[in-house]
Design a protein around this ligand. Sequence first.
Ligand SMILES: Nc1ncnc2c1ncn2[C@@H]1O[C@H](COP(=O)(O)OP(=O)(O)OP(=O)(O)O)[C@@H](O)[C@H]1O
Ligand SMILES: [Mg+2]
Length: 486
Amino acid sequence: MMLFHGIIRVLLIEDEDFDVRRVRNTIRPFSDQIQILEVVSNGDAALKLLGRGKDQFDVVIMDMQIAGRIMGDSLIHAIKKISSSLQIIVITKMTVNITDFEFANKLLNAGAFWYCTKYPTDIKDFIYQPTDFIISIVNAYQRKILEREQLRAQKKLLHNVEDKLASVRILGISEHTQRIRSQIKQLSTSDATVLITGPTGTGKELVATNIHYESKRKFESFVPINCSSIPHELIESELFGYEKGAFTNATTSKPGLFEVAHHGTLFLDEIGDLPLEAQSKLLRVIEGGEIAKIGRTDKIKVDVRIIAATNKILQQEVQAGRFREDLFYRLNVVPIYVSLLKDRPEDILVLWDHYIRQISIDMGKTPPVTEEGAFDILKKYSWPGNVRELKNVAHRVLLNNDTIISVDVVKEIFHLQSQLQSFSSIDGVLFPHPDGEKNLWDMEKYFRKKYFEYMRKNSSSDAETARKLGLAPPNYHRLCKELGLK
Ligand SMILES: Nc1ncnc2c1ncn2[C@@H]1O[C@H](COP(=O)(O)OP(=O)(O)OP(=O)(O)O)[C@@H](O)[C@H]1O
Ligand SMILES: [Mg+2]
């Protein structure tokens, strides 16, 4: 009879020769698949043997009543501690009451896979009903394989999470940063909604990522969405998705990010930029735990942990009528504030050293040493772009290829920084931002207005301006009005 592929390796714990013989006899017809590798007569010997090396056996068959210090359920516990995927089959004397469920329960709770009561001694050939006994051994083996696979998969996932956490470590020794790290640890067993606030570049997204990967949802998805970078009219379909045929262009159905994040975490970045209409819908989802997909009548239950972040002061947005007060309270369950870098100067040097070292290694060169005086300048600088700016400055410094980061080098970079304060440049295009960074839509409006003004200055009439802009006159006038130009 072919039961499966492979050989089941058995350790037998039995102190009576008569019973050892009966177990051997029972198994003998299947000896090409089930092999008793060792027989020991007491618990201590078994534990010593098992402790010698991992994975020598698949199944332990043990007699309940053996001589020695350790036996019964305490022996089962001890074996399971050495190897949790090793399966244990217990054989007991007939004297045990076969309807004693409490006894059975005790064995199974200790970790036994199965137990059987021995045949009386007048049956010399078998220890127990042979087919039942063999099938139990095979089942135990299959359970072992399954548990070992699960353990392996779990370990792999854990490794992935550990790697991820190592790559997003929150560095810093200031009291502020230490508090944030301990807040994240405290949140590890919680599903509470978190609102992370703080100025740009301070590490809000980093904090959100850490919260997810420290939480019990760490093996599930972390789904970020930047509410300011998605056109207003698309936000709802991004968040909630739609069914095929919900509108003209919906040729297939699309899962919303709430569905994608099911069992995991949804990170709503720049939540302060979420349009009011989407705010109402988000509120309803948070309150009801279900989403209304566009083009679908019934709602879908979702289990999603929400983390939101913004560099806006939401209370002010509420005052100005741009943010729903009820949504603010729903989000602000656990508030985390990440402060300006200049308010935690102890972190500056740690972060500087880290980035100088890391970027140097990435560039394949020896990290340069930073002069004491240069450190002083770094510490006194205001860092309006916070950690992100510090990282950029470290990058720029390392382009110099010096072995020492001198006061002069740092001064020169900050001089350039100050020249660029109101202009940033990418590929030669200057982006003026007198009020700091703007989102794409405000920037577009700003740019249109400037461009309209420029074209008007260089044309003799409205008709000429409209023509140069490639607009029909009515559209031109409408846009002028929208942009606040007379
Ligand atoms: N404490 C820290 N330790 C290590 N790296 C940090 C720390 N704080 C921020 N950073 C790094 O600085 C950069 C900016 O951080 P992040 O994107 O999290 O900021 P943010 O607050 O979300 O900014 P914004 O408001 O502009 O979106 C990232 O590269 C991040 O890894
Ligand atoms: Mg961010």
